[in-house]
Design a protein around this ligand. Structure first.
Ligand code: ADP
Ligand code: MG
Length: 700
């Protein structure tokens, strides 16, 4: 007897060739086949009498075949199959192109159902290339209803899938429910078996939508539940309670007053949330999300100061040595006159601040000092997580541009466990920072295991970067403009287009651009080249030359470093701008306008599509990364947002990441459930489902 667990090879109508095809898309058993959902429907539900059909309609008619034959049109060299269909209201012609085998399936005298578009031909109205099925063969599946259309990969046609899924519909009642009853009632959801049956062969559009909602709900709910459980687990980590007494509060206030600018409100609130978290003996796990230039580093420094002042060590990790170097300089600049020790550790450098001066220090020497607690604030790259680095009393880790690190790298920094007096093991508080501005609701899902602080406000007096979409014919004007800027002492970026997934072509386009600029356009200027195929050392060398001003124009692929500060760069030219997401273009643009000079960004595109025009216009108008991310979400869907695509989200969850209502409901329900029953003891089926789901979806 057929069950949900039966292998597909046990299905009588499925031969070995199809077993292979199905396996290629991950379908092994009946259950898998039931979970292979259609992505849309052909609406053939409008069933009419032949006498009532009208020109242009998509309809279904049912009747008897009076006559059917193949005809060859000599003029157009085409095979036509023509059939006359009759019902009690009239007769009409059906016509198929290049499907001569049709006469083998359909014969005169047979009753059929046909669905297709009504067109006008010489002899009157006819139905063109209709889907068909024999009447009397049970419930319809290819015509006269909402007909499911599946992704047709590996030679699996929708028609084949329908024919093989339809007979399994009687098994849907055996699909076990895993959601709590109360939740189903509360959210007015279909039961799982109803949803599966209606997603394939819906009674009507409303039910199709309801089925889709239930199935999308499941995926998002499981994501949320996973994230919330991760968060709970994290909160079992004990951490050092940072005391925040009057003395420390005063020190922080003095520090903030000493800055040459006032904090933005967003910086103030975020710093405060972090400091509040640090005062708990539960390990903080917070994400600081803020647009490029919103001043995340300073928030990191303020919170670091609180920890250092209460006698503990702080580590600050950045993805590249240049960025680490810049953070070190920033820390020296801001903290230089204070009474604690700051050091920099990268694979090639070890520096420390000594009596107000930066000084090279032997690496081994530095490691010893870190271990003895003689360094209070350690800034660096991946070097910080090497075995050889051990801390004296690390209580706070900060990770900049967190998406550039793997989860295990972040975990390693976290695992530099320290012991406090009573022998209790503690884990450092963790602050991750990212400049990927993703809309808040989306962040609650993708980063649902973290607490979130958002810098949604830019420092005042920041000059807006003048952004222009430039027509290809005006390229020379842009080159001229760049030349003039460089003559004024500025520097420029040229970003080359994203060609496709393989970065080989991208590298080629960057090289070509580099050749053209250095030989033809600007033979007297110094041009640098940066792309993904260079060794890290070469990349660093080139970046350093650009930072120091040795290079005038840097030609780069999208590997251009995040977060680096080159205040002297004032122009950016982006080729093939239509190929990048808005959020990414915005990130690139954030590389200029970081100094006191009015800055410019020129967007080039060959594309004439209206969508491109609309997207680039959004970039010209808005300098708010969050707004742009929202737009990207609307225009291109969540898959294009950095960080989401890589996370391996399932299709439905992915599709519903733009569905704010669903995100909210799933999150609320997940929180409610975990609050009631953290171990999910009462819901073993849910636990099992979650386990299977998290295995399938790789959460980075
Ligand atoms: P990001 O958030 O992109 O990492 P940074 O922390 O590098 O931004 O800050 C960008 C620049 O803005 C730095 O030069 C920093 O000193 C400056 N900055 C930070 N906060 C403020 C502020 N409140 N007012 C003015 N400038 C600020
Ligand atoms: Mg930064």
């Amino acid at each position: 007897m057929l069950t949900l667990e039966s292998k597909i090879s046990e299905l009588s109508a499925v031969g070995p060739a199809y077993v292979k095809k199905l396996q290629k898309v991950g379908i092994e058993n009946v259950m898998d086949l039931l979970f292979y959902f259609p992505f849309r429907y052909d609406d053939f539900s409008d069933v009419k009498k032949i006498g009532d059909v009208e020109l242009g309609e998509v309809v279904s008619v049912k009747g008897k075949i009076l006559d059917i034959q193949n005809i060859r049109t000599w003029k157009r060299k085409m095979n036509l199959t023509e059939a006359m269909i009759e019902d009690e209201s009239g007769v009409m012609k059906a016509i198929w192109f290049n499907q001569p085998f049709m006469t083998r399936n359909l014969r005169s005298g047979i009753n059929v159902s046909l669905s297709g578009k009504v067109v006008y031909a010489q002899e009157g109205l006819q139905i063109s290339n209709p889907s068909y099925e024999l009447l009397g063969s049970g419930q319809s599946m290819h015509t006269a209803r909402l007909v499911p259309i599946y992704h047709e990969t590996e030679g699996l046609s929708s028609k084949w899938l329908r024919a093989h899924i339809k007979p399994l519909m009687k098994l849907t009642k055996d699909v076990e429910e895993f959601l709590p009853n109360e939740l189903i009632k509360n959210q007015k959801l279909f039961s799982l078996s109803e949803a599966i049956s209606q997603i394939h062969f819906p009674d009507n559009e409303e039910k199709a939508l309801k089925a889709k909602r239930r199935l999308a709900f499941d995926e998002l709910f499981l994501v949320q539940l996973y994230m919330i459980l991760q968060k709970k687990k994290w909160q079992e980590n004990k951490a050092v309670k940072i005391k925040f007494d009057e003395k420390i509060e005063k020190e922080i206030k003095t520090f903030v007053k000493s800055l040459p600018f006032t904090l933005t409100n967003a910086q103030r609130t975020s710093s405060w949330s972090i400091i509040k978290d640090l005062q708990k003996n539960v390990s903080m796990n917070r994400l600081l999300e803020g647009d490029v230039g919103s001043g995340k580093t300073l928030v990191a420094l303020i919170s670091a100061l609180a920890v250092i002042k209460s006698g503990f060590q702080v580590a600050f990790m950045a993805p590249t040595s240049i960025l680490a170097g810049q953070h070190f300089s920033e820390a020296v600049k801001r903290f230089g006159c204070l009474d604690f020790k700051i050091a920099l550790l990268t694979s090639s450098e070890s520096l420390m601040l000594c009596n107000g001066k930066e000084k090279n220090i032997n690496r081994g020497e530095l490691l010893k000092k870190i271990k003895k607690g003689e360094i209070n604030f350690l800034i660096g790259t991946h070097s910080l997580i090497q075995e050889s680095v051990s801390f004296f009393n690390l209580a706070y880790s900060i990770v900049d541009e967190q998406h550039r690190f793997g989860i295990d790298q972040r975990a390693k920094l976290q695992n530099k466990v320290i012991c406090i007096k009573d022998g209790l093991e503690t884990v450092p508080h963790l602050l991750s920072m990212t400049a990927t501005p993703i809309p808040r609701t989306l962040a609650l899902t993708v980063y649902g295991d973290l607490d979130l602080s958002v810098l949604d406000e830019m420092p005042k007096d920041r000059k807006k970067i003048i952004t222009k979409v430039v027509a290809p014919v005006n390229l020379n004007l842009a080159y001229r403009f760049i030349y003039d800027q460089i003559k004024k002492g500025r520097q420029a970026f040229v970003i080359c287009p994203l060609i496709d997934e393989s970065d080989v072509l991208e590298v080629k386009s960057a090289k070509q651009e580099y050749e053209k600029l250095s030989k033809k356009i600007y033979s007297k200027l110094k041009i640098g080249l940066l792309h993904g195929k260079l060794k890290q050392k070469e990349k660093t060398e080139t970046m350093k030359k650009f930072v120091s001003g040795e290079i005038d124009i840097l030609v780069s692929t999208s590997v251009i470093e995040v977060g680096v500060d080159i205040p002297n760069a004032s122009v950016m030219l982006i080729e093939g701008a239509d190929r990048f997401g808005l959020a990414q273009l915005h990130q690139f643009r954030g590389r200029v306008g970081r100094g006191k000079y009015q800055s410019f960004c020129f967007l080039f595109t060959d594309s004439t599509s209206a969508t491109t025009a609309r997207r680039l216009k959004a970039l010209v108008k808005s300098d708010n990364g969050f707004q742009l991310a929202e737009q990207d979400l609307k225009i291109r869907g969540p898959g294009e947002l950095v960080g989401v695509r890589q996370s391996g989200f399932p299709d439905l969850a992915m599709a519903s990441l733009g569905d704010v209502e669903l995100i909210k409901s799933t999150r609320e329900e997940a929180i409610k459930l975990v609050d009631k029953d953290y171990k999910l003891k009462k819901f073993p089926k849910l636990v099992m489902k979650l386990r299977k789901f998290t295995k399938k979806v790789h959460f980075e």
